[in-house]
Design a protein around this ligand. Structure first.
Ligand SMILES: [Cu+2]
Length: 138
């Protein structure tokens, strides 16, 4: 027989669990790299671990020297495997709803590298390389 006090605790724990936003439970793979002088670029895939042959949405956030988000850039992404030549894998990156978005498909298990080319009006092109340590077989 459960005592009223512990029943109440159970009820509270259940409530607490139900109140955890689903965003916190959703797995993501997020990689941050320095860019420009004092800025940074964050590449976030909406899955973890990453899996082969799976349409995986991603977002890219670009922060400039001043700490402000950069929104006027053209971004080009190239996905490669450092260990071997692979067919070109260049998902389009588009700006919408206040973020850069795209969808990646990793065609093979193993380590990948994402090269991001950032073109901004009036600036030299910046290249940022993200190491993706492991894509798992689906
Ligand atoms: Cu490969």
């Amino acid at each position: 027989m459960i005592k009223p006090a512990s029943r109440s605790l159970l009820f509270r724990l259940t409530l607490l669990f139900l109140c955890i936003p689903s965003a916190l439970l959703a797995a993501q793979t997020s990689i941050e790299r320095p860019a420009f002088d004092k800025g940074k670029v964050t590449l976030t895939f909406a899955d973890a671990p990453l899996k082969t042959m799976t349409e995986t949405p991603f977002t890219i956030e670009v922060i400039g020297d001043t700490g402000a988000s950069i929104t006027d850039a053209k971004l080009h992404l190239s996905l490669d495997m450092p260990a071997m030549p692979m067919p070109p894998n260049r998902p389009a990156v588009t700006w919408s709803d206040g973020a850069y978005h795209g969808t990646a498909v990793f065609t093979m298990a193993g380590a990948w590298q994402a090269s991001l080319f950032i073109k901004r009006p009036g600036y030299q092109q910046e290249e940022v390389i993200f190491e993706i340590e492991q894509v798992m077989m689906k």
